[in-house]
Design a protein. Sequence first.
Length: 549
Amino acid sequence: MLRAVGFRSSDFRKPQIGIASTWSQVTPCNMHIDRLARRAAAGANAAGGKSLIFNTITVSDGISMGTEGMKYSLVSREIIADSIEAVVACEGFDGLVAIGGCDKNMPGCLIAMARLNRPAVFVYGGTILPGRVGGKHVDIVSVFEAVGARVKGGISKKEFDEIEAHAIPGAGSCGGMYTANTMASAIEALGMSLPNSSAQPAVSAAKERDSRNAGVAVVSLIHRGIRPSDILTREAFENAITMVMALGGSTNAVLHLLAIADAAGVELSLDDFARIGKRTPVLADLKPSGRFVMADLSRIGGVMPLIKILIGEGLMRGDCLTVTGRTLGENVKDAKPYPARQRIIRPLSDPIRPEGHIVILRGNLAPEGAVAKISGQEGEHFAGRARVFESEETALKAILAGEIGAGHVIVIRYEGPRGGPGMREMLAPTSAVMGRGLGKSVALITDGRFSGGSHGFVVGHISPEAQVGGPIALVKNGDLITIDISAREIRLEISEEEWKKRRSEWKAPPPRYVRGVLGKYAREVGSASQGAVTDRPPIAGTPPATASH
C-alpha cells in the first residue's frame, strides 16, 4: 500500500513523518496551507525522513459568527484533535508536523500533539496583510463594527460597502491580536514552534522557509528523542500565559491553554492566569484595543525581541526546552532589539496597562470563575441593571434596535459549552455595542465566550454555565449587577432569601441538540473553567490517556 503512494525500498528504513494539513477553501486563514504542507514535507524528506501529508478539517468563525453554525466552532477543536490523533496513531507515524491557520485548528493541533507525545512541530499559517480604506487599515472586526455604525447612521452605505469589500485582501489569519495571532505567539513561547513562526505573514518567503524548516526540525527531534512532554512543562505554560498578557491577546487563549495543558497532564488553572496577570504588563499596542496589526509587529522583529526582554526582566523562563532542541533563551539570544522609534511594543517603564488585561473574576455570579478582557479604556468598575437574553440572536436584535442604553448590563446566557451547545463567540453583539458608541457605558456578560476581536467592558466564560444551573441562570431583568475589576469580583445584588427562592423555582431547559456532533459534545464537554474539554478522565487524578508507545 505504501509503494502505491510513492514509497521506494529505501524509504522503509526512514522515520515516517505525518504532515497534518488544515488546508481548506472555506476560510482565507487556511486557503494557502496546502502549499505550506508541501514545503514541510520537502523539509522532512531532505532531512532523511519520509513524509505523508494528510488532512483534517477547519471551519470559519468569521463566516459563521452570529449564526447557529457558530456552535460548531469550539466543537471543531475537539474534532481536529481527535482526527489528528487517530491518523497519526493508526498509521504509526514517528513524528508530526501540524500546520494550522485559524482559531480552533491551532489548539486542536497542540492537543493532538500532547496526547500523542511523539516528536512534533507546529507551523502557524501566518497573519493576513491588512486591507486599506481611506488610508486606514481595516480587518474583519472593522466589518462587524461597521454594522453597528451603519445602523446608527454613522456611516453611509457606500462607506460600509467599501469596508466590507476590502477588509480581507487575501490569505492569512485575522490581522490583529485576535485569537489566531494570540495562539501563534503563545505556541512560540510554549516552545512548540520554531523561532519567529508566529510573526510571519501568510504570503511570504519567510513562512515557506518556516514550513520547510519545521520538516527538518521534526526529524532532528526524532533522532534526539525529544517529545512534547519534554517541552510542555508547567513553566512553559506560564511562559505562554505571560506572552498572551504582554501582547493584549484573546480571552480564547485561556480556554485553549487550559485544554492543551489538560491533554499534556500539566496542572493549570484560572488561578495561574490571575497570578501571572498581576505581574505582567500589557506592552503591545495592537488591535482590537490598540492601533497596529500583526504584520506591523512582523516588520519590527516579531515576538522574539519581546521574549528576550521578558526573560531579561524575570517575567519568562529562559531555560525551557523548545522544538529547536535549544532553550527558549538560547533561541532569542541573538534577537536584535526593536527599532528605537517604533510605537508597537512599549517599554516596561511605560506600559499600556501595568497588569494583564485578562482578569479572572469570581463572586456569587461566577463561583467557578469568569474571564474579563479589560484594556484600561473601560475603567475598573461597572454597575448597571440587567437586560437578560436567552440567546445571542435576541441580544443582537435588541442592540441593533436601540433597546440597549447607558447603564445596562447585557446578560446573554444558555450559550455555554453545554447550553449553546458550543460556547459561541459574541463578536456580533460586542461589535454592535461598539459600533453604536456604547463601549464605555454598557457591559456585556455571558456564559459564552468572545472573539479575539471583541473589546469593551465584557465578561465571558461565566462558570458554572446556565444550562447546569449556574447563578447566571437566575438573573432577572432589572437586577443590579456589579463588576469590580480591582477586587476581581462579579456580583448579583439580591438578598439571600431571593437567591434561595429563585434557585428552588429554576428548572433546566431541555437540551437544544440530542443527536449528531452537537448532541454528543453537549453530553461530554466539561466546564469552561477547565478548558471545555471532552476527554477528561472520569476519576480525579487519573492521568490522561496517551497514544504514545
